[in-house]
Design a protein around this ligand. Structure first.
Ligand code: ATP
Ligand code: ZN
Length: 311
């Protein structure tokens, strides 16, 4: 196949999978690509998966924390997200002016014109990576040499797509280590293996591959090559579209080093900048990978997998 026909075939396979999910009622379409409702069955699978992940992580004695899907713009400013991923970000705006501006807004709306010009930035942004609000709360000296956190929640990425594996709003479950440089590296390597084994136990054909974040633009290309060279990010992928695609990442294990801990002023008790690493699971992607692998009718899934997921 030529490159173009191969790409067309992949797009067709993505659309077909999307339609199958919509027809089965597992996802509910909205007018925005990558924004879906989920059915009760979809949520049951996702909840079962989450219980498996929580069991997997029991030996970590992680501190569980939950944050809402927005966090302070001031904290967002301390990350380099808007510099590295301007295209993926989502900032919240609202109306803060008076009656005159309100009338102008209403007039524009009446005429079918854009009314966004009357809005101004709110003091929150949409959370892109659910570990960011956590880091913002850890500023200062950690109470111990290291600590592990369990974070779960919705993240937003502005990447509209007809591939059901690429959503604009989706849940992540992350197990985040904050502590010493050596501890961060060891944690990443150990928990990458545990994560891979756990996902494989659900019958998913997992491959671990070196990966990079989708840094934007020309400056971003240098960050990509550094990330790959230093083997900082490893993704666990599952084939969703056969030979048309090399596989979709359902989880990743990352060494952040002091990237975010320096930005938020997080130190170990000896006064050094802490290092961080994490294992992150894409909850919708893993649920969809299970549906793709075992079929859209949960009743026909292997008994062992249903048992593990409590289905
Ligand atoms: P990709 O390269 O596939 O876009 P990513 O590198 O942006 O993934 P991470 O930032 O590592 O992904 O996010 C952690 C996990 O969240 C991913 O392994 C994946 O399972 C999930 N994820 C990331 N982006 C999306 C998305 N747009 N829709 C659904 N799940 C996603
Ligand atoms: Zn992404």
């Amino acid at each position: 196949m030529t490159v173009t026909t191969e790409r067309d075939a992949l797009e067709a396979a993505r659309s077909a999978f999307r339609l199958e999910l919509l027809d089965a009622g597992l996802l509910i379409a909205t007018s925005s690509p990558g924004v879906y409702g989920r059915s009760a069955t979809f949520e049951r699978i996702l909840t079962g998966l989450d219980a498996v992940l929580t069991d997997m992580a029991a030996p970590l004695n992680a501190t569980a924390v939950r944050f809402p899907p927005v966090y302070p713009r001031a904290d967002f400013e301390r990350t380099d997200y808007i510099a590295s991923f301007p295209d993926l970000s989502g900032v919240v705006s609202s109306f803060e002016a008076g009656d005159r501006e309100h009338r102008e807004l209403l007039g524009a709306r009446e005429r079918g014109e854009a009314w966004d010009g009357w809005l101004s930035p709110a003091d929150v942004v949409l959370t892109n990576a659910i570990c960011h609000p956590l880091y913002a709360t850890l500023e200062g000296v950690l109470p111990a040499d290291d600590q592990v956190f369990d974070v779960f929640g919705y993240g937003f990425r502005h990447e509209p797509s007809l591939d059901p594996m690429r959503l604009q709003s989706f849940r992540m479950h992350e197990f985040v280590y904050v502590g010493t440089p050596q501890g961060a590296q060891e944690y990443r390597d150990t928990w990458l293996d545990v994560a891979q084994a756990t996902l494989a136990s659900l019958g998913l054909p997992i491959t671990a591959v070196a990966a990079n974040d989708p840094f934007f633009g020309r400056a971003g290309r240098m960050l990509v090559s550094a990330q790959l060279r230093e083997n900082l990010k490893i993704e666990l992928t599952v084939p969703i579209y056969g030979d048309l695609h090399e596989g979709t990442a359902i989880a990743s294990a990352n060494c952040q080093r002091e990237h975010l801990t320096a930005a938020f002023g997080i130190r170990t008790p000896d006064g050094e900048v802490a290092h961080a690493s994490c294992v992150a699971f894409g909850m919708e992607r893993t649920t969809l990978a299970l549906l793709r692998t075992h079929g859209l009718d949960v009743a026909t899934w292997p008994a062992e997998v249903r048992g593990l997921l409590g289905l």
